[in-house]
Ligand binder design. Structure first.
Ligand SMILES: [Fe+2]
Length: 168
């Protein structure tokens, strides 16, 4: 995997970005994802595989120093994430197709989550969220498979439990 030049460039760019101050880091990670998602040729077939049961998460790259991990998430049509926040920073870029992101906030009274907006996401507009910043849900309500690249500020050994704070 890491012999793929586009992936080497993406991982190298993010490896440099994580040494920067927070604002610059966010900008550089978005720039790295933008470049990597506008060339949708390099992700190997086994990292594009959908699962009929749920959206499929594939590890694409684990930083050897454990500073970040890159995943591809493959969304068959109709699949969606739970509503969740993140324990670590996270950046998302759509690699193929279209996704819908819906944002929520917690109710001060402890009542149900409040929906505050929705955005259509397509290649070329990556997003960055600091740790514990937002609550969202990602859904593929298009008619085709969609693929997104996710960068999480956590080592690959912690992905299963250390990324998402599930709210539904
Ligand atoms: Fe998320």
């Amino acid at each position: 995997m890491s012999a793929i030049p586009q992936l080497q460039r993406l991982a190298g760019h993010i490896g440099s970005a994580v040494k920067l101050a927070p604002d610059a880091m966010a900008q550089e990670i978005k720039a790295a994802l933008q470049e990597a998602t506008l060339d949708a040729t390099w992700l190997p077939a086994e990292r594009r595989r959908a699962s009929h049961e749920n959206y499929a998460r594939h590890l694409v790259y684990g930083d050897p120093d454990g500073r970040f991990s890159i995943l591809s998430i493959v969304w068959d049509h109709g699949q969606k994430s739970p509503i969740h926040g993140h324990f670590c920073w996270c950046a998302v870029g759509v690699y193929q197709g279209r996704l819908t992101e819906t944002y929520y906030r917690e109710s001060p009274s402890g009542g149900p989550l409040v929906m505050i907006g929705t955005t259509a996401r397509s290649p070329g507009r990556p997003s960055f969220e600091p740790a514990a910043a937002g609550i969202h849900c990602i859904a593929n309500d298009s008619g085709a498979v969609a693929i997104s690249l996710h960068v999480y500020g956590i080592g690959q050994e912690s992905i299963a439990a250390g990324v998402n704070r599930i709210l539904t």
